[in-house]
Design a binder for this molecule. Structure first.
Ligand SMILES: Nc1ncnc2c1ncn2[C@@H]1O[C@H](COP(=O)(O)OP(=O)(O)OP(=O)(O)O)[C@@H](O)[C@H]1O
Length: 352
């Protein structure tokens, strides 16, 4: 299902034009008040925007033709920050609720719920009520509940923000699996969520999309001020190989895996530019990654210079830039400790 929206809400000064292709995850990033949640609410039919929203050729809302499909008939599920489970129902009945409401028999709905609880690793807790579950467990049930209705589009609003630091990586990993083939719009403040979960990113600021494109491009070469402040991270994609990341061109980046990744699985490495140093020759006898690269851009970054290369960006002092005589096209060696390289399971490369 391809989701298209060309909508405006004058009262909130929000106007966007978005396309989310079938099976793709689009992350909406931006500061507080940028309009991200407003866009989700408009897509879900909780607000009445001017303009059109359509799923393939099915028009969900169009102020021109006065078309309006009610939220529950849109085939769109909204997963909120808080799990918002029905407090009086156990996990299984929470998940079975949607399928029941869509006409499945009690037995069918129970089977659907069991399948989804298994998918999110909650089978053992099927008979617990929400207050007997941790925040992360509640969020798992909420994911199962949203997916059990077989939505054509999933809208996800800051899914990890209410979770503690320990639960967040597990839920991020679960989301990565369940979003893999789904048409999804994901609202997040977290660069890591965008890096690991989204195929494309739209950066919003003051109610408008100010940059949009493939995730790696937006995060590594942001075209908006907010994107530049927000990103500030290097993102490298590849596949796992013996605990390292193997890039398409054969270069290896050693790092620390946040969770075990099997060889051949897609991984993304996240590296802060402050952790990368620049040399003219390969340093000897150091336990660092050292990688050949070519300087593509030099730009001021606070008191430092952000040196962009064809691989990673590095923040170095102006004195170092002068000493190394760096310029566009310089051949350099990037050094970064493996402990500064964080490897995460990621989206398949074909979607990257
Ligand atoms: N219920 C509301 N009624 C009227 N205006 C609202 C309402 N909620 C948000 N707004 C306004 O709409 C604009 C967009 O807000 P929105 O909540 O969509 O931003 P956001 O990007 O989701 O921010 P956050 O990251 O803080 O959730 C802001 O100017 C905000 O003040």
């Amino acid at each position: 299902m391809t989701l298209t929206a060309d909508i405006a809400l004058e009262s909130r000064d929000v106007a966007v034009d978005l396309v989310v292709e079938t099976g793709e995850t689009l992350a909406l990033l931006g500061p507080n008040g940028a309009g991200k949640s407003t866009v989700l609410a408009a897509l879900a039919g909780l607000l009445h925007p001017r303009g059109t929203v359509a799923l393939d050729d099915r028009v969900l809302s169009d102020t021109g033709t006065r078309t309006w499909v009610a939220p529950h008939d849109r085939g769109i599920a909204l997963l909120a920050q808080e799990a918002r489970l029905f407090p009086h129902l156990d996990a299984g009945d929470n998940v079975a609720f949607g399928p029941r409401a869509r006409g499945q028999s009690r037995t069918e709905a129970a089977a659907t719920a069991a399948r989804w609880l298994d998918e999110v690793g909650m089978t053992a807790h099927a008979h617990r009520r929400p207050h007997e579950l941790s925040g992360g467990q509640q969020q798992r049930v909420a994911i199962a509940r949203a997916l059990a209705t077989e939505p054509r589009v999933l809208l996800v609003d800051e899914p990890l923000s209410a979770l503690d630091a320990e639960a967040a990586p597990e839920i991020r990993d679960l989301l990565r699996r369940v979003l893999a083939e789904r048409t999804t719009v994901l609202v997040t403040h977290e660069v890591l969520d965008a890096a690991l979960l989204a195929d494309r990113v739209a950066v919003m600021d003051a109610g408008r999309v100010v940059d949009t494109g493939e995730t790696t491009r937006v995060l590594s070469r942001p075209r908006s001020d907010f994107g530049a402040r927000f990103a500030g991270l290097n993102l490298v994609r590849g596949v796992a190989s013996d605990g390292a990341l193997l890039m398409a061109d054969g270069r290896l980046l050693h790092g620390l895996a946040e969770s075990p990744v099997a060889d051949g699985q897609p991984v993304a490495a996240v590296v802060a530019p402050s952790a990368v140093s620049i040399h003219l020759t390969h340093p000897h006898g150091s336990p660092r990654n050292s990688l050949d690269a070519v300087v593509t851009e030099l730009e001021p970054h606070g008191h430092l210079v952000r040196v962009r290369t064809d691989l990673l960006s590095a923040d170095v002092t102006p004195a170092a830039v002068a000493e190394l005589r760096l310029h566009r096209g310089s051949a350099v060696v990037l050094a970064v400790k493996a402990t500064e390289v964080h490897l995460h399971p990621s989206r398949p490369l074909s979607l990257a």
